[in-house]
Design a protein around this ligand. Structure first.
Ligand code: UDX
Length: 449
């Protein structure tokens, strides 16, 4: 396999390139580090969090991602993958990927302080120059600013800056690494850009070598377009409900047009997670910074926020008031097949329900408490976690589905109906056929159906 990969990928860099990944235990960083090691590159994942480094060396990954555990185990064993919490261990690396977070600031702008700090940290004490590849999603002009920043610090001869945005989806990140839809490289030198693209692009995959700014724009515009598709179908869903239409049929009908395609046209409670919303807000803030409005993008965000309120309003319409009502909530992760609750739509929905006086019992197959998900239990007063969806339904006034976990589709509807005080399900993910629910004598309110 290695020989075959050597022929196809990276060729002459294979044996000698030493790669560092900063933010090596984050979602993007760990997938990047492990898959590069699997390709045969000597790779060191650097993360400041010592306990996370200790955990991974004992075989405990900081999050679940299908297929990742096996690759980490194999590459740690064969010595191609290492982890460290000391930046000095990156001194011998020729290529350093920056995969640190760029969280949203209260005004929607992305906080790029970790990117600047990481680049300076890895470059400062080097003897030989290296290529710094920025994978973190950064606002327009950041790569140029980082290069200027190094110049101001007199470090310009120590590093060449390259932008190489990531397009990994949680839950299929490893597959996305092996089968990327495209590789985008923004650089000032075509030769260096070619090297980065050759490093891990499989044959036949389109490569776009361009400027820093275009690479930054491609990343933001791609996520904004995906968000746009979701809000579009969610807006049409509103009308479907009014005229007795079925958004699933409408979505299929429009998605069969190859100019539209069927992806990201599933109506529901809206998009969430650590990227789409953050990157959309950051893009809007970039328009504002340039004195321009982003009317379409602002509406995409508004429709999304409306969708979250809509499921709560549906419960309220049926139950009269939510004060003192017991609601079972199914799904806290921002989507199925991930244990990631960061920026999940479920959090603001739970907060909204609590603010209206509802009493909540929540279930998620992979997340077992707010604490486990990185939050304080005190921020969600009185919320009870249970082990099964049936416990979440037991004695409740209604059930609210927020994440499309496959196991929820398999629920025994008669058992759920008998557990509920009111046989009412509000489904923010359209997991069921309304006819099935009708047959089970459950009042079922989906999105656009
Ligand atoms: C996203 C981008 O897809 C990826 O390219 C980028 O690198 C990171 O951000 P991810 O955050 O893993 O990936 O989630 P994604 O699969 O895109 O889903 C985002 C949200 O949209 C989820 O809440 C999902 O449930 C929702 N969604 C998706 C819909 O509501 N309808 C759809 O049709 C598709």
């Amino acid at each position: 396999m290695k020989q075959q990969l050597q022929l196809i990928w990276g060729v002459k860099y294979m044996e000698k390139a030493q790669i560092g990944v900063v933010g090596g235990l984050g979602h993007i960083g760990l997938i990047q580090a492990a898959c590069l090691a699997k390709l045969g590159y000597k790779t060191t994942g650097y993360d400041k969090n010592i306990s996370k480094v200790e955990d991974i060396l004992k075989g405990k990954l900081p999050f679940y991602e299908p297929g990742l555990h096996e690759i980490v185990e194999e590459t740690l064993k064969n010595g191609l993958l290492k982890f460290t919490s000391s930046v000095d261990d990156l001194k011998s690396c020729d290529l350093i990927f920056i995969c640190v977070g760029t969280p949203s600031l209260p005004n929607g702008e992305a906080d790029v302080s970790q990117v600047f700090a990481s680049v300076e940290e890895v470059v400062r004490n080097r003897k030989s120059p290296c290529t710094v590849v920025i994978k973190s999603t950064v606002p327009l002009g950041t790569n140029r600013k980082v290069a200027k920043y190094l110049e101001e610090k007199g470090l310009q001869d120590k590093a060449v800056i390259v932008s190489n945005p990531e397009f990994l989806q949680e839950g299929s990140g490893v597959r996305n690494f092996w089968e990327p839809s495209r590789i985008i490289v923004g650089a000032q030198s075509g030769e260096i850009a070619e090297t980065i693209a050759r490093l891990y692009s499989p044959p036949g995959v389109p490569v776009i070598i361009t400027t820093w700014e275009n690479a930054e724009l491609i990343k933001h515009a791609a996520n904004a377009f995906l968000a746009n598709k979701i809000s579009f179908i969610n807006e049409i869903a509103v009308l479907c409900e009014k005229v007795g239409g079925d958004i699933r049929v409408v979505s299929r009908g429009i998605g069969l047009d190859p100019r539209i395609n069927p992806y990201f046209l599933e109506a529901g409670v809206g998009f969430s997670g650590p990227c789409l919303e953050k990157d959309l807000k950051s893009l809007i803030a970039q328009f504002h910074k340039k004195g321009k409005q982003a009317k379409l993008l602002e509406s995409v965000l508004e429709v999304n926020e409306e969708k979250r309120k809509e499921v709560v309003h549906k419960l309220k319409e049926q139950l009269g008031t939510l004060a003192g009502k017991h609601i079972g909530v199914l799904g806290m992760a921002f989507k199925a097949e991930t244990d990631d609750v960061r920026d999940s739509h479920s959090l603001p929905i739970v907060r909204y329900l609590l603010s209206l006086g509802a009493m909540l019992t929540v279930h998620d197959p992979w997340v077992k408490s707010f604490r486990e998900a990185g939050f304080s239990e005190a921020d969600f007063p009185g919320v009870k976690w249970v082990q099964t969806p049936y416990e979440a339904a037991e004695g409740k006034d209604a059930l609210l589905i927020l994440t499309a976990w496959p196991e929820y589709r398999e629920l025994d509807l008669a058992r759920i109906r008998d557990s509920l005080v009111h046989p009412l399900i509000v489904d923010g993910r359209n997991l069921f056929d309304p006819r099935e629910m009708k047959a089970a004598n459950i009042m079922y309110l989906g999105v656009g159906i």
